[in-house]
Design a protein around this ligand. Structure first.
Ligand code: FRU
Length: 485
């Protein structure tokens, strides 16, 4: 086990060594949070605290694979411009020596408190798991308070990712878990004082067919209903559903806090694209429920990402506002994203077809008075989104990163396309359909020289296409002020 100081020093050196290479990658994003170098996965500890937004993240600075994660940290005043802060947590104690795994933040007693999973491999190589606490007075420097929750009976050591919240004056915690029968579930805890935690059973799960492990649960109230988001592993593909290696989705219902149970409906995928996993949400000071996900999926072709040559891999999604509409979770880019607009490239009506060069960091909006029956959008000769009302599906296609064979993800959409908003950030694409009803989050490794956008439609509807060039210098990764050189 390495101590905190050495880990920080080595991470600093790793960043110093390869940051330029990473930043010179033509696939490097301009307004999405990336790891300075190395691998980023889940968003962690997402909070607006004393006015500032803090996004911590799972970080492996030493290579582009997984391993004993640190907590990296970005902060922001406006959700648009992000500043890399010094490392928040290092895996330097007996209870987290093989990784400070995912967790969440709360504001309590004027402190920012984070609950996270200490991942441990014991002498025999077996996994152990501890739910730990760390506290901060400034959001930057943390003092670890050690283990708060031990593994209860009835679960394997796949037990992690505590999400803590307050409801009616009591504290609650959900933890992603696996039963001894190897089924995914969500363990539920209650506390009066944030010190002693009582295990109240399973809030939800297991559910037949919903996999062997549920990661990163997040439970909250939205528009009068309770929502539980989680990322199950081991769900089999069924037609157009569940096509990624692992899924992320939600159930809606009602939490019975007294008995520690949630009654809920069926599981719906939250995002229909190729890369989306382990999202986390929080309520900001404007009262909005904001969600950020990891734009990646574990064990899904990570070794084929071309960015590895430049010593980095993965990024987070844009912050999205969640709403509940007719029993569906909608995701919309936060309104602050308008601040990214640097220059309007064009705005024009499209009768049937248009081709236009755009910037590698662009926003597109397709609007129409009624709704479109047929639409095709092609980006940089790489990614194609197409819709046919007769078929009732909207489909995204790209060449597979390894085989280059066309692969696709689809969703049902019967009402036609009324609105499309697309954020392109060099190798990241987020497509919001019909004002957040469906979202496709996807990486796009197109030839860096390509700029061409093609939009086609059939039918009598007019559509208006607007394109902006977006700011591309929003992620500040200056480590010269880190004190652990
Ligand atoms: C999800 C996850 C979490 C875990 C973390 C480790 O991607 O596997 O369950 O805490 O990543 O980096």
């Amino acid at each position: 086990m390495m101590n905190d100081k050495d880990l920080r020093q080595q991470a600093y050196q790793a960043v110093e060594k390869s940051l330029k290479t990473a930043q010179q990658d033509p696939y490097r994003q301009g307004f999405h949070m990336t790891p300075p170098v190395g691998l980023l996965n889940d968003p962690n500890g997402w909070i607006q605290w004393q006015g500032k937004y803090h996004m911590y993240f799972q970080w492996m600075p030493f290579h582009t694979g997984h391993g004993a994660k640190l907590w990296g940290h970005y902060s922001s005043d406006n959700l648009v411009d992000w500043k890399l802060e010094p490392i928040a947590l290092t895996p330097s104690d007996w209870f987290d020596k093989n990784g400070c795994y995912s967790g969440s933040s709360i504001d309590h007693d004027n402190k920012l408190k984070v609950f996270y999973t200490g991942n441990v491999r014991n002498d025999k190589g077996d996994r152990e798991t501890y739910q730990c606490l760390a506290e901060s007075d400034n959001g930057i420097d943390f003092i670890k308070k050690g283990v708060q929750v031990e593994l209860p009976e009835g679960y394997t050591a796949h037990f992690r990712d505590p999400k803590v919240w307050n409801h009616d004056g009591k504290w609650y915690m959900v933890i992603g878990a696996q039963t001894l029968e190897k089924e995914g579930t969500v363990a539920f805890f209650e506390s009066d004082n944030l010190e002693e935690w009582t295990h109240k059973g399973e809030l939800a799960g297991p559910v037949d067919g919903l996999g062997y492990m549920w990661e990163c649960p997040d439970a909250f109230q939205l528009d009068g209903k309770d929502v539980l988001i989680f990322s199950p592993q081991g769900v089999k593909a069924q037609g157009i559903d569940f096509n990624n290696q692992y899924q992320t989705g939600y159930v809606i219902g009602k939490i019975d806090y007294e008995n520690g149970k949630m009654e809920h409906g069926g599981f719906t995928e939250l995002d229909r694209g190729f890369e989306f996993y382990a999202p986390q949400s929080m309520v900001d000071e404007k009262g909005r429920r904001l969600l950020v996900g990891w734009m990646g999926v574990p064990d899904q072709g990570e070794e084929h990402h071309p960015t590895i040559k430049h010593h980095w891999i993965h990024n987070l999604t844009l912050p999205r506002e969640l709403r509940l509409e007719q029993g569906n979770l909608y995701q919309l880019p936060v309104e602050e994203m308008k601040q990214l607009r640097e220059e309007k490239l064009f705005e024009q009506a499209v009768g049937s077809e248009i081709s236009h060069d755009i910037a590698r960091t662009s926003e597109l909006i397709i609007e129409t008075e009624g709704s479109l029956d047929h639409l095709e959008l092609k980006l940089f000769d790489f990614l194609t989104m197409s819709y046919s009302k007769e078929e009732g599906y909207l489909t995204l296609e790209r060449p597979n990163l390894a085989s280059e064979e066309t692969e696709r993800r689809s969703c049902r959409l019967i009402e036609g396309v009324k609105h499309v908003q697309v954020f392109i950030d060099r190798s990241s694409v987020e497509i919001f359909i019909n004002k957040g009803k469906e979202v496709f989050t996807t990486r796009m490794f197109a030839d860096p020289e390509k700029r061409l956008l093609k939009v086609k439609q059939k039918g009598k509807e007019q559509l208006k296409l607007t394109a902006w060039k977006l700011k591309d210098n929003c992620i500040q990764q200056d480590i010269s002020n880190w004190y652990n050189k």
